[in-house]
Write a protein of this length. Structure first.
Length: 358
């Protein structure tokens, strides 16, 4: 039997063990075996491409499918706000640095120039600018053209022989055209045309032409599509539009649609070649993704889309234009730098002064 002395020693050892245990930190639960593996997978998973917010003055029917192609090809989500070109440019200026927009996609050089003048664009990479002729990008590299559009007179072939269509915008002010011509004063391309008129002929002459057109009861439409439609129905004889709107109606109604385009040969603002273009805003969240979007618009795939689907003029070499189009080289265009069309506000004020715009 154990002695009293050995019992005392055993008791002291047990007590010492209990005291040591009480001083240890509480035991933590053992993590699941796969916890470190899950964390590693999360850390190494490829990040999803950052999305873009595009403010587009280009019609959704025209460019929506192309933007969807970009989404599919890159995995980059693109949220698009569609609206009038001038209104979206004004919105960006009003929003300032709080604008959610990353990219502005406009339908004319005037609105692009207005944003450039306000310092709202970041410079584009030279590799992008070099893809188009210097006529079709900003001098400072802030924006680049993506497709070309010619200003034309669309006319009703049942009511007017092409030989009788005026070859100058001034011819439209003649009495025989009273109430027979349509225009769209709120349209961005029309406003750029008026800005070009101001640059080419001066403020006084531009105001004189606009006032004469108002006095000649020029019919007001909300857009180019409405003008071409009215010409086809014979409601008006002529309209001032971009060239490509006619081809939407020819595609839908066939060659019997009674309207065709005429390129005035006088070389005034009525025969200018404007452009749709794009710029990256200074509020961009992911500049690399934005540059990828701009580059996509100048890719052979996109340029062919503009040539075929929207019947516009591609601006990158090597793309065949629609055979129904007059080659740009054969159009007597005015000598104007599209970067000079930035004074959109002055044009809006002039249109209001003469009563062409409320």
């Amino acid at each position: 039997m154990p002695t009293l002395q050995s019992k005392t020693l055993l008791f002291l050892l047990l007590l010492f063990a209990l005291l040591i245990g009480a001083c240890q930190p509480p035991t933590m639960p053992v993590p699941a075996v796969n916890t470190p593996l899950v964390a590693a997978n999360e850390a190494t998973a490829p990040a999803q491409p950052a999305g873009l917010v595009v403010y587009s003055g280009r019609n959704e029917n025209l460019v929506g499918p192309l933007i969807e192609q970009f989404r599919a090809a890159t995995g980059i989500q693109v949220d698009v706000r569609y609206g009038a070109t001038a209104e979206l440019a004004a919105t960006i200026l009003e929003e300032g640095q709080n604008s959610p927009a990353d990219v502005y996609f406009g339908q004319d050089a005037g609105a692009l120039g207005a944003l450039d003048k306000a310092g709202r664009f970041l410079p584009l990479p030279q590799a992008i600018l070099d893809q188009v002729d210097s006529r079709f990008h900003a001098v400072d590299g802030a924006w680049v053209g993506t497709s070309g559009r010619a200003r034309v007179f669309v006319y009703n072939t049942n009511d007017v022989a092409e030989a009788d269509v005026p070859n100058s915008i001034w011819g439209l002010t003649a009495p025989q055209w009273k109430g027979k011509v349509g225009w769209a004063p709120t349209n961005g391309s029309f406003q750029s045309f008026v800005t070009a008129l101001r640059v080419l002929e001066g403020e006084e002459k531009a105001a004189e032409w606009l006032a004469a057109m108002v006095a000649n009861e020029t019919q007001i439409f909300s857009n180019n599509t409405g003008i071409v439609e009215a010409v086809g129905r014979g409601e008006i004889a002529l309209g001032l539009v971009n060239h490509y709107y006619l081809y939407q109606f020819l595609a839908e109604q066939g060659e019997s649609f009674p309207a065709r385009n005429h390129h005035p040969s006088a070389g005034d603002a009525g025969s200018m070649i404007n452009l749709a273009g794009v710029g990256i805003l200074d509020t961009v969240k992911n500049q690399a993704a934005a540059e990828q979007f701009v580059a996509f618009l100048l890719s052979a795939e996109s340029q062919a889309y503009f040539a075929v689907e929207t019947v516009e003029y591609p601006l990158v070499d090597g793309i065949v234009i629609d055979p129904r189009l007059t080659a740009m080289a054969d159009i007597n265009v005015p000598d104007i730098d599209l970067s000079d069309l930035a004074d959109l506000q002055g044009t809006l004020e002039l249109l209001q002064e003469v009563g062409a715009l409320e």
